[in-house]
Write a protein that binds this ligand. Structure first.
Ligand code: KG4
Ligand code: ZN
Length: 358
């Protein structure tokens, strides 16, 4: 029997302190030996968003306990672990540094390889925890900081097809929740209240919908939500209508842009079977899943979503990405430092800022 690789993963890029022990199994997917996520929701709730210094302090207070719990509940000893992985970017430097340094220290003292993982690669490969998926596939990565269409050609091989030119999708959800005072964290609140409203009540803009290929934009939509929110004077029914109309507009934008991305993917890869993977925190949204599955039926491609526990930030996906890199001998230098920006496709044009021409 071939040896099955086991990794400890650590994730501290934003507001979740997480550790997990993951082992590859004979089906080519993962045995989740432990997966512990400690969310800082209560710390950031009163500010309506993540405060970096508070997040860093909470990571520092919790990390040792979370790592110990992950190792203990996995029932494997540190000797049975083949390597240590920690998220090295992109994210908040003050937060990343905590997980990265402790990961490097454990690796050094236990004399094991260390792998610094790109958080976005963690999301990109996360469906592999549960399903053996052949490359290439089309990835829609939707999280709090990123919104991108990518061709995932292999581990470490990505081609960006489109991205947001302003806000990330999760950010648009979070800001909408804040403007409507629907509670924190924003995405799940907007989704919850959208079910109570009339999705056709407000007509909201779909920025750059007919141009710029599968690039996306949400800033104009956010401004429109702000404008309407000022007119509705705390009327709950109207708030739900606005949340529902926002959610509906997002679905229309994703439907149209994904359609374009699928066509580009087909042309570039000549793949006979198209698989669309939707990953990242926003992929937990049920209407987005239904909407893209409907597009999949219409265009005859397969849609794959990670289980909800693997959509939001977690360390299982970090350990899993590290196992894939380890198998391909893509190891990290122990001197690796945290990076706030770390695109999966280094050659992709930077699409933000003034003077952008579409
Ligand atoms: O991947 P993630 O946990 O962290 C980042 O890497 O950014 O994504 C967090 C984002 C937040 O903006 C959160 O509001 C959003 O995912 N989110 C959702 C839902 N659950 C989480 N957005 C819409 N609907 C949801 N159900
Ligand atoms: Zn994330």
């Amino acid at each position: 029997m071939t040896k099955r690789i086991t990794f400890l993963g650590i994730e501290t890029s934003c507001d979740e302190t997480a550790a997990a022990v993951i082992r590859e199994n004979d089906k080519g997917t993962a045995d989740i030996l432990s997966n512990i996520v400690s969310s800082q929701i209560s710390e950031h709730k009163k500010f309506g968003g993540v405060v970096p210094e508070l997040a860093a302090r909470a990571h520092l207070e919790n990390i040792e306990f979370i790592i110990n719990s992950a190792i203990q509940s996995s029932k494997v000893s540190i000797n049975e672990i083949d390597g240590i992985a920690a998220t090295a970017g992109p994210g908040l430097i003050v937060c990343l540094t905590i997980g990265l340094n402790i990961g490097k220290s454990i690796a050094t003292f236990s004399n094991k390889p260390f792998i610094g993982v790109n958080h976005l690669e963690g999301h990109a490969l996360s469906p592999g925890l549960e399903k053996n998926i052949k490359f290439p596939y089309l990835l829609l990565l939707i999280s709090g900081g990123h919104t991108q269409f990518l061709i995932v050609k292999d581990v470490d091989k990505y081609e960006q097809l489109g991205t947001t030119i302003d806000d990330a999708l999760g950010e648009a959800f979070d800001k909408t929740a804040k403007m409507l005072d629907l509670g924190y964290p924003g995405g799940p609140s907007v989704e919850k209240f959208s079910y109570l409203g009339d999705k056709n009540f407000f007509r909201l803009p779909e920025p750059i919908i007919n141009k710029a290929g599968c690039n996306l934009s949400f800033a104009g939509l956010k401004t429109a939500v702000l404008r309407e929110s000022k007119k509705i004077n705390d009327d709950d029914k109207m708030k739900y209508n606005l949340a529902a109309s926002f959610q509906n507009t997002i679905n229309k934008i994703l439907y149209k842009k994904t359609k374009i991305a699928v066509d580009i993917f087909k042309e570039k890869t000549q793949a006979e079977e198209v698989k669309l993977i939707v990953a990242g925190g926003v992929a937990a949204n049920k209407t987005i899943r239904e909407n893209l599955s409907n597009l999949g039926k219409e265009m005859k491609f397969e849609t794959i979503y990670p289980s909800i526990e693997f959509c939001g930030d977690n360390a299982a996906m970090i350990a899993w990405a590290a196992i894939q890199r380890f198998k391909r001998k893509l190891k990290s230098d122990i001197s690796l430092s945290a990076k706030s920006r770390w695109p999966l496709d280094e050659n992709a044009p930077y699409m933000k800022g003034p003077g952008l021409k579409l």
